[in-house]
Design a protein around this ligand. Structure first.
Ligand code: PGA
Length: 254
């Protein structure tokens, strides 16, 4: 029996190289299993990955028609067609570049009655057979999806109040005006995320370096939700050089 050390940490010199390697892995997984169920993330971090996936899809004529996707989260009260919605973010960065079937694209609908919408999403994930490969970014406060730091974490898809720093980092989606950024969102829960068969966490830039070091070497704590990834047996953490700075500092000082 062999044990794989998880999380596996890989550091690339820059975001572009990291994106190319992760895109190649997703493309390979899709070729091996055309019915792959992929969990997707939004934010600045995966932009290079989606650009690379669009490029690889065109170059290799990748077929997404049997694949299924589930995005992690959406703003509460924001309709799917709103330019600031995560749905529109995904349309622009990935969906319009690949031949995913619309009925296989799963998204939380921010304008639906929240509690029922969360239950519907959990049922849809279960009906798809669970998520094979979940892509994650990490907030500067250690959130994954919109599982914000706090005294407790919700295990399943739920309605969540966004932290000020999270609203601030999404301000550009809402015309640069913080007062337009919704105060709440819907998000997959921690257990939902941890049930994915494989997880790839991406982090770029020095603003993520301290969080990343705590995720890898710190205690399990609800004040850093991503630390719960330590419980998962198949996690890859993919970093650019800047996001790895604190880990390297800790490593050098023993
Ligand atoms: P970012 O957000 O990629 O825009 O830094 C990451 C996240 O909040 O998950």
């Amino acid at each position: 029996m062999s044990f794989v050390r998880s999380p596996r940490i890989t550091v690339f010199p820059d975001t572009g190289t990291a994106a190319a390697v992760v895109a190649a892995r997703i493309a390979g997984a899709l070729q091996q299993n055309p019915s792959l169920v992929i969990g997707l993330a939004t934010g600045r971090t995966p932009v290079a990955l989606y650009a690379e996936l669009a490029r690889v899809t065109a170059a290799r004529r990748l077929d997404w028609s049997s694949a299924t996707t589930f995005n992690l989260d959406e703003f509460l009260g924001v309709p799917p067609e709103h330019p600031g919605s995560y749905r529109q973010f995904m349309e622009g960065h990935l969906f319009r570049h690949v031949n995913l079937r619309p009925e296989r694209i799963n998204f939380l609908v921010g304008t639906a009655p929240a509690e029922e919408e969360c239950r519907r999403y959990e049922r849809a994930i279960a009906a798809a057979g669970g998520i094979d490969l979940q892509i994650l970014g990490i907030g500067t406060n250690g959130h994954i999806g919109f599982n914000e730091p706090g005294l407790s974490l919700q295990s399943r898809t739920h309605r969540v109040e966004l932290k000020p720093e999270t609203r601030q980092s999404n301000v550009m989606l809402f015309g640069g005006d913080l007062s337009n950024v919704p105060a709440e969102a819907l998000s997959m829960g921690m257990a939902t995320i941890l049930q994915a068969r494989s997880v790839i966490l991406l982090a770029n830039g020095e603003s993520k370096a301290s969080c990343v070091a705590q995720v890898v070497n710190g205690p399990l704590t609800t004040s850093l939700p991503a630390s719960f990834l330590q419980l998962h047996h198949d996690v890859d953490i993919i970093l650019d050089a800047a996001a790895a700075l604190e880990l390297e500092r800790e490593h050098r000082s023993g």
